[in-house]
Ligand binder design. Structure first.
Ligand code: ATP
Ligand code: MG
Length: 558
């Protein structure tokens, strides 16, 4: 696996300190997704942090599904999450866990709390509970049920479990402090009645534990040393610690918070991503414009580029928004090294080389990666008719335009030098065919007399090339912070997807495997679509454009 060089950050400092001081022999972390949606780029940060720390310090990282909310969770989500973690390049080995694996123990610990006077069954309505919780400036008020006897609490809790009561009739609350300045400590609910089936435990349970109660105990049962979570849990840490302090758990993990990843021009709220999918605003969770890992994968983002990005954005306690350009740069850098080069024409216009034999097809060698000979060469077909990019020809070229124009000689990359003699036009005045003469002495694109030819353009043989659908993707939103708007739907970029039904590609691409990445020379990085590309129908997605400085670099190379 292509492992980014670890950069130091405050969490790595803590871990190194703990190992040095002997507080832990080895570290254990976990990635704890709720299976209620698809993972997005923000989750990648947490995955890389947790699995990355385990990798770098020879520890372990568990995958644990936090599945305590049966109404919203499903096997489909669980499967896709596990698949994404693997795709990102990480392995949980045999440590594939669920909070629901611990339901029995969580229940027994709740009984333990009741027995020690640390939890009680509350029978207030939701509205009463809310009113009695108090505010930031005002203490909460005790529930009239707060001093129920231990026996009564045990009995009611057993009957809650047995399914005797309707949803919402009672809850189990931790008995902490209704006057705490931290509202999370004002007797938080730890169990609620939900008489619904769970995707893993079926109909066995009528009560389900709450997140805050479940998470810390699951961490402790798994021997987690560092429980890394996002900043919004900072105020929950006292509750995390309180629960573990009351119980005979095997260890007391340390919760450490870090800032979530926020990226501009996109959204990373699961709720809003659900809305995009269910309102048909995108084609699905794996729409290549989605910030989901499934979407980025289909777009052609290499997992190593995402890992490098997560490393590069670093880890802090201060919330910031990262520019989408940082992610795109990581993708370009990766693909620049790893994507073979090919030629494709997205806006074709036909060139007829009048002095080239009509029935001849020559195979000419082309480097698969001009910067890396290890990629080898391929043969590309050259014929009398070729396609070039419409914008590579101008009838009346302005100063500084070095590509094809009447009377002008250019290099067809890896092919020959050709000179434009005349053009044909349709009634509307558009150029339909460009006529050229080639110089047979320039095979491969080199003039024997070293005469100056400034322009080099890409092309595809009409005789051997294939047709393809090419999808040009751009950012899904046209404002930097769509998440902050009342309605993010208003800010969808109408040009985020443009479909070219009949682009021309060199023949080698007929065999591209779905998901394979290539650079279309001078145009950008593209990948064969995972869903729709097949041997009989070529479909390519634009992953990312080339860098803006491309034109300059290209000029030098030629
Ligand atoms: P919710 O809890 O609202 O459903 P979530 O995005 O927190 O949404 P989880 O499945 O609970 O979803 O997330 C799994 C892990 O990923 C958690 O530890 C969470 O803190 C972390 N995570 C989620 N979003 C981000 C983000 N944008 N940046 C970094 N970590 C994140
Ligand atoms: Mg969460």
């Amino acid at each position: 696996m292509d492992t980014p060089a670890p950069r130091s950050n405050f969490i790595r400092d803590i871990i190194e300190d703990d190992l040095r001081e002997g507080r832990h022999q080895r570290i254990v972390t976990r990635f704890p997704p709720e299976p209620n949606g698809y993972l997005h780029i923000g989750h990648a940060k947490s995955i890389c942090l947790n699995f990355g720390a385990a990798r770098d310090y020879a520890g372990q990282c568990n995958l644990r599904f936090d599945d305590t909310n049966p109404e919203k969770e499903s096997d489909e989500f669980e499967q896709s999450i596990a698949d994404d973690v693997q795709w990102l390049g990480f392995s949980w080995e045999e440590r594939y866990f669920h909070a629901s694996d611990y339901f029995e123990q969580l229940h027994d610990f709740a009984v333990h709390l009741i027995q020690h006077g640390k939890a009680y069954v509350d029978s207030q309505s939701a509205e009463e509970t809310r009113l009695n919780r108090g505010t930031l400036t005002e203490a909460g008020r005790a529930s009239p049920y707060r001093d129920r006897s231990i026996e009564e609490n045990l009995d009611l809790f057993a009957r809650m479990r047995a399914g005797e009561f309707a949803d919402g009739a009672h809850v189990l609350r931790a008995r902490i402090d209704m006057a705490s300045p931290n509202i999370n400590l004002r007797d938080p609910t730890i169990y609620r009645i939900r008489r619904v089936a769970h995707h893993r435990t079926g109909a066995s349970w009528s009560i389900y534990p709450m997140y805050d109660y479940t998470h810390c105990i699951s961490d402790a049962l798994e021997g987690i040393t560092h429980s890394l979570c996002t900043l919004e849990f900072e105020d929950h840490r006292p509750l995390y610690d309180w629960v573990l302090d009351q119980l005979p758990v095997p260890c007391h993990p340390r919760q450490i918070e870090f800032a979530r990843l926020e990226l501009n021009y996109t959204i990373t709220s699961k709720r809003k991503l659900h809305a995009l999918v269910h309102e048909g605003l995108v084609s699905g969770w794996d729409d290549p414009r989605m910030p989901t890992l499934k979407g980025l994968r289909r777009r052609g983002y290499p997992p190593a580029a995402i890992r490098e990005f997560c490393e590069r954005v670093g880890l802090t306690k201060k919330q910031t928004t990262i520019d989408m350009g940082v992610l795109e740069t990581c993708v370009r850098e990766d693909l620049d090294r790893n994507a073979p080069r090919v030629m494709a024409v997205l806006d074709p216009v036909k060139v007829v080389i009048d002095n080239y034999p009509a029935d001849l097809v020559e195979q000419l060698p082309a480097a698969n990666h001009p910067k890396d000979p290890a990629f080898g060469e391929r043969q590309i077909g050259f014929s009398r008719e070729v396609y070039i990019e419409r914008e590579d020809f101008m009838e009346e070229p302005p100063k500084g335009f070095f590509r094809l124009a009447p009377g002008r000689e250019v290099r067809l990359r890896y092919g020959y030098l050709v000179t434009c003699t005349h053009v044909e036009k349709n009634a509307a005045g558009d150029v339909t065919t460009i006529h050229c003469q080639y110089d047979p002495a320039t095979r491969g694109g080199n003039a024997p007399d070293n005469r100056q030819v400034k322009g080099t353009i890409h092309w595809v043989s009409a005789a051997t090339g294939i047709s393809a659908e090419v999808r040009l993707y751009d950012r899904l939103f046209n404002i930097a912070d769509p998440g902050s708007e009342d309605d993010f739907r208003q800010h969808l970029n109408p040009d985020s997807q443009r479909v070219i039904p009949d682009a021309k590609l060199e023949a080698s691409l007929a065999e591209a495997a779905p998901g394979a990445s290539v650079q279309f020379e001078r145009l950008g990085y593209f990948c064969a679509d995972l869903r729709d590309h097949s041997a009989g129908r070529a479909v390519f997605n634009r992953t990312v454009t080339l860098r803006d400085t491309w034109a300059k670099a290209q000029g030098k190379r030629d």
